[in-house]
Ligand binder design. Structure first.
Ligand code: FEO
Ligand code: CA
Ligand code: CA
Ligand code: CA
Length: 596
């Protein structure tokens, strides 16, 4: 009998070939099992998922949402510092929806307006976050426990606003005249988790959920791409819960309409997964942009906490946050994310880099604002206009920054730059113009506490086909390691880098790469191999493991993207004739040992 696992390598598996199979493909010796697909009941009445799409909005609010993305596993005893691996909370984002698949007959639109209130509510409820208590049984199988810890957070859940923009004039709305709260989190892409055991979910392409018919847009809307029509048309339905997506000025006072509602989105949201009644918090000190995720540098008692976040849009930036207060184990909490300095990265051509402060009190920032002829009344206004502030200081425009990860062995920070078809001119840190394949950049901070303003960077790999790629040790990638459009990125505890792809369009449907996939790369040796290939039309995104490294959770988002209500381009995971569903996949080794 073949022994699938090799010795003398930290990647002891046989790589899987590229494929366009409508299935999950993993190496010999591993198994992959579908878990909590969209529609799985987790709270309330536990309404069964209905294959024909006829679940109501209320049902959806008690079921797992659509379009699984970033994810984290919290051991049940995490608050006590435990590393329990057979029982915990799986927390995952639901980035957006596929309206043709969400409803029985697709979305109802009459004369450009949404007319079915329950449909629109269902769409809002299919967004957000799921908290699911799960346990591993004696035969290694995972199941959902029907407990009061299970929770759905949706695009309508009340949230508190904290940090410098709390109560700001630009945050005041009809719902919250004091500018201290808002409803919902939307387009939650990647994620993070804090040193104090809470979950972070990040608001990425929120701008498309709003519409305005104003012709002169304020900079806090125009710089983020709020337009005259929205992606799903929610603002066309009567009622305050929908009219809030219309940012048109309708009254004299800003707190009498929803012109400022978009300003309450674009933030990092913190939630305590162990307290199902806790109000999630939007932390404005971390900046407002198309937040992909948030990754922390290693924490040290008595030092500030440091975290990184990318703005995933063409020619946008990478940011770092340094808390004002110091980290104190067992005592620190989310308030560390409410007072600190936000920096943006400049990657210099000589391999050095600078963190440029976006701080109203910083003399260099003040001079840059003066030189640009731009005024900010206070730090809240700087943060609401984070992109503009970063433009002013001369940050480096990147090829769509996605996830970040910190190498536990070296402290180097890695970031995916997924692609940039719009790049006109190459520079040292974005060396291809255009860049259809993407790359992974990394840097080493100049100070051991990660809090300084200097760093040194290099490029870890250039993704692409063999003839247009460069692997970690300078050689081209080979058939076991070619990839394009890297997005998800994660280090396991032993310093292996896991890379997930988000190809779309012709890159996905033709050419050498096959379906979206997940690879593993060893920065020590440069060895890089394909570990998993997803089903048709799906993105592979979101990754977490149990502390014992025997169970891995990976999310499969939008299988069968582009399907109509009657013609499915994928039927994963339920099989022929069944509508495709986003789902988590559980990966284990057949011999029950650690994954690697
Ligand atoms: Fe939602 Fe940047 O991927
Ligand atoms: Ca992503
Ligand atoms: Ca992406
Ligand atoms: Ca996607």
């Amino acid at each position: 009998k073949d022994i699938p696992f090799k010795r003398r390598t930290r990647l002891p598996f046989t790589p899987v070939a590229v494929t366009r199979a409508d299935a999950i493909t993993v190496p010999a010796g591993y198994s992959a099992t579908t878990f909590i697909p969209w529609g799985t009941p987790i709270t309330g009445r536990y309404p069964a998922w209905l294959e024909d799409g006829s679940n109501s909005a209320e049902d959806q609010a008690q079921q797992v949402g659509m379009h699984h993305d970033g994810m984290h596993f919290f051991p049940m005893n995490a608050k006590l510092g435990g590393r329990q691996s057979d029982h915990g909370l799986l927390v995952l984002n639901h980035e957006y929806i596929d309206a043709p698949l969400l409803h029985r007959n697709g979305p109802t639109v009459v004369g450009g307006k949404r007319t079915n209130v329950d449909e629109v509510r269902k769409e809002i409820n299919a967004h957000g976050v799921s908290v699911v208590e799960i346990r591993r049984g004696p035969r290694g199988e995972w199941s959902v426990l029907p407990t009061a810890r299970n929770r759905r957070i949706t695009g309508a859940t009340p949230m508190r606003i904290e940090g410098p923009a709390r109560g700001h004039a630009l945050m005041r709305t009809r719902y919250s005249p004091s500018g201290t709260s808002t409803r919902g989190t939307l387009n939650n892409c990647a994620n993070g988790h804090t040193p104090w055991g809470t979950y972070l979910t990040c608001e990425e392409n929120w701008a498309g959920y709003f519409a305005t018919t104003d012709t002169e847009l304020p900079r806090e809307l125009s710089r983020y791409g709020v337009r005259s029509s929205s992606r799903y048309g929610w603002e066309t339905v009567a009622g305050d819960e929908f009219e809030r997506f219309n940012a048109t000025r309708m009254a004299a006072a800003p707190q009498a309409d929803y012109r400022n509602e978009p300003n309450t989105f674009g933030w990092v949201v913190e939630l305590d997964p162990f307290d199902p009644n806790a109000t999630p918090v939007k932390h404005t000190a971390l900046g407002r942009f198309a937040h992909e995720g948030l990754v922390f540098a290693p924490v040290k008692p008595g030092r500030p906490v440091v975290c990184y976040s990318g703005d995933d849009s063409q020619n946008e930036y990478i940011y770092k946050y340094v808390s004002r207060d110091k980290y104190r184990p067992q005592r620190s909490d989310g308030r560390l994310l409410d007072d600190g300095i936000l920096y943006v990265a400049r990657f210099n051509a000589d391999g050095s880099g600078d963190w440029l402060a976006l701080d109203h009190a910083n003399p260099a920032f003040k001079r840059a604002c003066e030189a640009a002829g731009v005024q900010f009344a206070d730090q809240g206004e700087v943060l609401i206009n984070t992109r503009l502030a970063a433009d002013i200081v001369g940050a480096t425009k990147m090829d769509r920054p996605e996830w970040g990860a910190v190498n536990p062995d070296t402290g180097e920070v890695y970031f995916t730059l997924t692609n940039n078809s719009g790049r006109q001119e190459a520079d040292a840190s974005n060396p291809r113009a255009p860049n259809p394949f993407g790359h992974i950049i990394r840097w080493r901070e100049g100070s051991s506490d990660f809090a300084g303003t200097r760093f040194h960077w290099d490029i870890y790999l250039l993704a692409g086909p063999q003839e247009n790629s460069r692997g970690p040790k300078g050689k081209p990638l080979d058939e076991s390691s070619i990839l394009a459009s890297p997005d998800g990125l994660w280090f396991d505890d032993e310093g292996r880098l896991w890379i997930q792809t988000d190809m779309s369009g012709s890159q996905l449907n033709s050419g050498p790469f096959g379906n979206n996939q997940m690879l593993v790369s060893d920065p020590k040796t440069g060895e890089t191999k394909r570990f998993l290939v997803g089903p048709k039309g799906a993105e592979v995104t979101g990754i977490a493991t149990t502390p014992d490294f025997r169970t891995m959770f990976v999310n499969i988002q939008h299988p069968g993207e582009g399907s109509t209500t009657t013609n499915y381009t994928s039927t994963w995971p339920d099989g022929p004739g069944r509508r495709p569903r986003s789902a988590t996949v559980i990966i284990t080794r057949e011999d029950g040992k650690r994954l690697m």
